[in-house]
Design a protein around this ligand. Structure first.
Ligand code: ATP
Ligand code: MG
Ligand code: MG
Ligand code: MG
Length: 474
C-alpha cells in the first residue's frame, strides 16, 4: 500500500464513520502568535475544543501537514539519526468535538489498524495514563490485544495539555513491536525506550478536563477526542521497512539524490544519513515555501534557512556542488503534488528561493568549513578537545553557519561542542539588535511577498486523493 493509498484509506474510513473531511491547514498557524508552526492535527481546531468557535460538524478527519523544528516540539536534531522522526510530516487524525469519547476512539483506532490495514494484533502494545483505569478497562475488552500489553505511563508521556491552563487530559498510545533487530539491543529495552523498536504509531488524546489557574482539574461538560498518527511511520510499517525514509514517501527523493551524486543508498553509513536529512529538509522547504515562509534571519524564516543550509552542507558531503538542492525539492513536488495540488502553484517560486539561498550560502560554506576543520584539528591536539561556544557564534555571525551544521560536523568527527556557550552568545546578540531596531517597520517586506504568493494560489480543496494537477505539467 502506498503512502497515498494509506492517506486515502484513513480519510475514507473515518468519513464512512460520520467524520467530515477537512483540509490540512497551513504550516503557519492562523491567529496564533504563540506557536511557531502547526505541529499537530488539533492546532486548526484549538478554538473549537475551547468552545470559542462552532463548526457545522462534530466529527472531523484530516491529514495535517506538521512541522516540528524550532519551537516547543523540536525534532530537527533527530532527523538523520532516528528511523522515525522528520521535521515535516503528515499527521492523520480523527476528532470528536463533544461527540464520541474514549470507547469509540479506541474502537476506531483498533479497527482501522487491525482490520482495515491488517496489522498483526500480536505485535501491538498500548500505553495508558497511570490513573486512567477507564481506558485500561476499555483496552482489556478489545479483541485480540494480548494480555500484559497495556502499560501504565506517567504524566510526561501520557498526559496532554494545551497549555498551563485550559483543556487537557490523559492519552493512550498504540505502539508496534518491530522486533529486536529494529532496536537498541539493550537487555532492558521495552516500551518507552528511546530506540525505534517499540514504534509509537498513534496517540489518542482524551480531552476531559479544564485546568484552572489554581491548577485544579475540572471535568469538561463535553469531553472531546483528538488523535494523531504519523503517515510516514504507518507507511513504513505496511511496506515492511524499519525506517520511515525507506518508504515510498521518501524513496523518489532519495533516488534522485543517488542519481545526482552517483552514490548508493542503503549501506547504512554516512551517505544514508546525508540522503535522509536532505530528503526530509527538501520536504520541509517545499511545504514551508508553499505556505508563504521565506528564508530570513528570524522566526519561521530562520528555521527554514537553518533547514536549507543544513541540507546544503550534507549535499557537499555527498560530493554535490551547487546548485543541487532545487532538484531534491523538485522531486518532492513531483511526489506530493497529487495529494497537495497547491505545491504546483509555488513550484517556480520554490526553485528561485532555493537557488538563491544555495548561491548565497555557497560563497561562505566552503570557507567556514575550512575554518571549522582547522579548529577541530587544533582541538584534537588538546587534552580535552572541545569546540567553544564563542567560536561557534563567530562562524554563525560571519559565515552564516547555523548551529545545527556545527553539531553535525562535530558528531561526524567525534568532538565535543559547547551548545550553551553558543546559546548565550546568541542571546546577547538578540538583546543588542532588539535594542537597536525598536520602531522599524520590519513586517513590510514579508507581507508584500505573502500577498504575491496568495495571489498565485488559486487551487481549491477538492479532497486529498483527487489528482487534479499532474506532475508532468510542472
Ligand atoms: P515520539 O515519542 O516518537 O517522538 P511523540 O510522542 O512526540 O512521538 P505525538 O506528539 O504523540 O508524538 O504525535 C502523534 C503522532 O505523530 C506520533 O504517535 C507519531 O506517529 C507522529 N509523529 C510525532 N512526531 C513525529 C515526527 N517528528 N516525525 C514523524 N512522525 C511524528
Ligand atoms: Mg516526539
Ligand atoms: Mg512519544
Ligand atoms: Mg506521543
Amino acid at each position: 500500500m502506498t503512502g497515498n493509498d494509506i492517506r486515502a484509506r484513513f480519510l475514507e474510513y473515518f468519513e464512512k464513520n460520520g467524520h467530515t473531511v477537512v483540509e490540512s491547514s497551513s504550516l503557519v498557524p492562523q491567529n496564533d502568535p504563540t506557536l511557531l508552526f502547526t505541529n499537530a492535527g488539533m492546532v486548526q481546531f484549538k478554538t473549537v475544543f475551547m468552545g470559542e468557535d462552532k463548526r457545522d460538524y462534530r466529527r472531523a478527519v484530516t491529514s495535517q501537514c506538521c512541522m516540528r523544528a524550532g519551537g516547543k516540539h523540536n525534532d530537527l536534531e533527530n532527523v538523520g539519526y532516528t528511523a522515525r522522526h522528520h521535521t515535516f510530516f503528515e499527521m492523520l487524525g480523527n476528532f470528536s468535538f463533544g461527540d464520541y469519547f474514549k470507547e469509540q476512539a479506541i474502537h476506531y483506532a483498533w479497527q482501522f489498524l487491525t482490520e482495515e490495514l491488517q496489522l498483526s494484533k500480536e505485535k501491538m502494545w498500548v500505553s495508558v495514563f497511570q490513573d486512567d483505569d477507564e481506558a485500561f478497562a476499555l483496552w482489556e475488552k478489545v479483541d485480540g490485544l494480548l494480555p500484559g500489553r497495556i502499560i501504565r505511563m506517567d504524566e510526561k508521556d501520557n498526559f496532554w495539555a494545551m497549555g498551563d491552563t485550559g483543556p487537557c487530559g490523559p492519552c493512550s498510545e498504540i505502539h508496534i513491536d518491530q522486533g529486536v533487530e529494529a532496536g537498541c539491543g539493550r537487555e532492558d529495552c521495552a516500551l518507552g525506550c528511546d530506540c525505534d523498536r517499540f514504534l509509537e504509531l498513534w496517540n489518542l488524546v482524551f480531552m476531559q478536563f479544564n485546568r484552572t489557574e489554581e491548577g485544579n482539574l475540572e471535568p469538561l461538560p463535553k469531553p472531546s477526542i483528538d488523535t494523531g498518527m504519523g503517515l510516514e511511520r504507518i507507511a513504513a510499517v505496511l511496506q515492511g521497512k524499519l525506517n520511515n525514509y525507506d518508504s515510498d514517501l521518501f524513496m523518489p527523493v532519495i533516488s534522485r539524490l543517488e542519481q545526482l551524486s552517483g552514490r548508493s543508498y542503503g549501506a547504512g553509513g554516512s551517505d544514508d544519513t546525508a540522503m535522509r536529512v536532505i530528503a526530509d529538509h527538501a520536504r520541509a522547504t517545499s511545504f514551508l515555501v508553499a505556505d508563504g515562509v521565506l528564508p530570513s534571519n528570524e522566526g519561521r524564516g530562520y528555521v527554514l534557512r537553518r533547514v536549507m543550509r543544513r541540507a546544503i552542507r550534507f549535499g557537499r558531503s555527498l560530493g554535490l556542488s551547487a546548485p543541487f538542492f532545487y532538484q531534491a525539492c523538485r522531486a518532492v513536488v513531483e511526489t506530493m503534488v497529487g495529494a497537495y495540488p497547491r505545491l504546483a502553484d509555488t513550484a517556480e517560486l520554490l526553485e528561485k528561493v532555493v537557488n538563491n539561498e544555495e548561491a548565497r550560502f555557497s560563497e561562505t560554506l566552503e570557507h567556514g568549513l575550512a575554518i571549522l576543520d582547522e579548529e577541530i584539528q587544533r582541538q584534537h591536539q588538546q587534552a580535552v578537545p572541545r569546540i567553544d561556544g564563542e567560536f561557534i557564534f563567530k562562524l554563525y555571525d560571519t559565515h552564516g553557519f547555523p548551529f545545527d551544521i556545527v553539531r553535525d560536523v562535530c558528531l561526524e568527527r567525534a568532538i565535543a561542542f559547547d551548545e550553551s556557550g553558543f546559546q548565550a552568545a546568541m542571546e546577547r546578540q538578540r538583546r543588542q539588535s532588539r535594542a537597536s531596531r525598536k520602531g522599524e517597520g520590519l513586517q513590510l517586506k514579508d507581507a508584500g511577498i505573502k500577498t504575491l504568493i496568495d495571489s498565485g494560489r488559486k487551487t481549491e480543496f477538492v479532497g486529498y486523493h483527487t489528482l487534479h494537477a499532474s506532475a508532468a505539467a510542472l
